[in-house]
Design a binder for this molecule. Structure first.
Ligand code: ZN
Length: 214
């Protein structure tokens, strides 16, 4: 499997594309502005077809292009706790950039903690990581040693928990229980900024350390 990422407008949100050139299939994780065109182009370059979109959570900057996948009948996967954001994204207008079109996302597959997606010949494990928002998930691939974590944790930081539906103590618990329990050498792909690893964050993240005392 090949993994490529792209930071996209309007506020620098990462899209992650998983490509399997043997199966000729690709899976996109998150859909910021321009993600559809980028993912289709990269898939074609790799002789792959885009077969699924998995959304880490329902915040506006991660879902702007999702309706374009839906128009092409590409299945969309997301956690039900963010269903209000997918069905009525205009409720995020007060914290989105002004003038942005917030278009509902028709999620086809609601996936909860413990779900296992069989995609690209891989088992993608879903873990629920609430706190940044109610429906943030991570997508973990044990075989290839990575997890896409949405906005739960960043390199040296954590997601905001002051937005509607956010909960700081819950986020810290989520990170300890659902992220810090992954193998230390797991590469983390956050929704913003550079990649990191579980081990690096456990020892140096100033907001949530790997030991039980902080
Ligand atoms: Zn977010």
């Amino acid at each position: 499997m090949e993994i490529i990422t792209q930071e996209l407008p309007p506020i620098g949100t990462n899209a992650v594309l998983l490509l399997d050139q043997t199966r000729k299939e690709a899976v996109l994780i998150d859909a910021p502005e321009g993600a559809h065109a980028w993912a289709v182009q990269k898939s074609q370059e790799h002789n792959c077809e885009l077969i699924a979109l998995v959304l880490t959570h329902g915040h506006w900057d991660h879902i702007l292009d999702a309706h374009k996948m839906a128009a092409e009948e590409i299945p969309i996967y997301a956690h039900p706790a963010d269903q209000p954001l997918y069905t009525s994204p205009e409720r995020m207008a007060s914290f989105a950039l002004p003038g942005i079109d917030l278009i509902p996302v028709p999620v086809n597959h609601w996936i909860e903690d413990g779900a296992e997606l069989q995609l690209l010949g891989q088992t993608l494990q879903i873990r629920h990581v609430p706190g940044h928002c109610p429906g943030n998930i991570l997508i973990y691939c044990e075989e290839h040693n990575f997890a896409a974590v949405g906005d739960a944790i960043f390199a040296g930081s954590v997601g905001r928990y002051d937005l509607p539906g956010g909960d700081g103590p819950l986020l810290m618990d989520s990170i300890r229980q659902q992220i810090y329990t992954l193998p230390d050498d797991t590469t983390l792909y956050p929704g913003h900024g550079p990649t990191t690893t579980v081990g690096k964050e456990k020892t140096s993240n100033p907001f949530v350390r790997g030991d039980a005392t902080s």
